[in-house]
Design a binder for this molecule. Sequence first.
Ligand code: NAD
Ligand code: UDP
Ligand code: UDP
Length: 314
Amino acid sequence: MKNRILVTGGAGFLGSHLCDRLVQEGHDVICLDNFFTGNKGNISHLIGNPNFELLRHDITMPIYLEVDQIFNLACPASPVHYQYNPIKTIKTSVMGAINALGLAKRVRATILQASTSEVYGDPEMHPQKEEYWGHVNPIGIRSCYDEGKRAAECIMMDYHRQNGVKIKIVRIFNTYGPRMAEEDGRVVSNFIVQALRGEDITIYGDGSQTRSFCYVDDLVDGIIRMMATSDEIIGPVNLGNPGEFTILQLAESVLRLTDSKSKIIYKPLPQDDPTQRQPDIKLAKELLNWGPGINLEDGLLKTIHYFKNLKLRP
Ligand code: NAD
Ligand code: UDP
Ligand code: UDP
């Protein structure tokens, strides 16, 4: 069935890949973005496609549209960018969720919230299951993002319980791939860009902290499967690749795969940087019959290929 679909944050890294998939599937897609961290280049190939519409709008402001489904992705996701204007970040998560939910309520659309593994904070349960309530600092420099996303989950659940809005929550773990911005600041794009430019690879802390990296195509597939579930499946559901690596291992892989002569240097670990992170994806397997198919090495090669073809800033 052809749906009218709103993707907030649709010109960003994940949002643009999601728009691609939805347009390919024949849906009518409205991409809403204020271009804070997104960019037109990510969706320029879709402009002119009769199934695609681009709307410059800030989701902290109300928006009146007629749609069947909403994917609420608007929010900067890189620590560098979400800490640049933390008040705006939490407004985007909280007021953005309220506006998207108000819209979903009015037009009876199903809404999917892009939540995050950050709701688990610096986790004491490993790997992280959906039942875990997390270990989040409410007053630190990451709180604007973590608590904003936790509040958005709360608002989603309350619109569901109080107003019967059809909701879906996915908790996304570190995802990487083509169209991450060159200056995004997250670890995979930073390391690849540094390696290709021959600059030092900046490891924060001693590099023993871990992350589990999911390739973008796998993640988008999981999001689409979640939206396709029946109304009683609301989540939250973890989506991520359980393959866990230290940041030092990631740096070494990037150096090997780019054949770069860059040196590794060590910089101070930012405040509240989680020490470990790995999704338990049993629930996604059960409910969505989903699991990642692309391992870190293959995903890194595709991402390196993308950045090699970009004209990197010298
Ligand atoms: P991104 O920064 O590339 O994309 C975010 C998009 O939202 C950008 O296009 C940005 O311009 C837009 N945006 C920001 N504030 C807005 C506002 N007020 N109004 C309208 N648009 C706004 O990041 P991403 O990695 O593509 O993340 C997309 C979503 O997925 C985010 O909600 C993020 O929290 C979530 N997520 C991503 C990851 C990941 O590893 N990539 C992990 C967990 C959660
Ligand atoms: N809203 C919106 N688009 C809509 C419907 C609502 O942006 O199509 C906004 C509305 O302006 C409000 C928010 O969503 O600020 C929450 O809407 P709701 O109906 O829950 O709240 P109320 O309008 O009663 O405050
Ligand atoms: N990191 C790093 N060097 C960089 C960027 C990030 O060592 O140039 C580290 C960062 O401290 C964290 C991990 O890599 O431990 C993942 O960081 P990212 O910003 O990608 O995401 P998040 O911390 O939100 O998972």
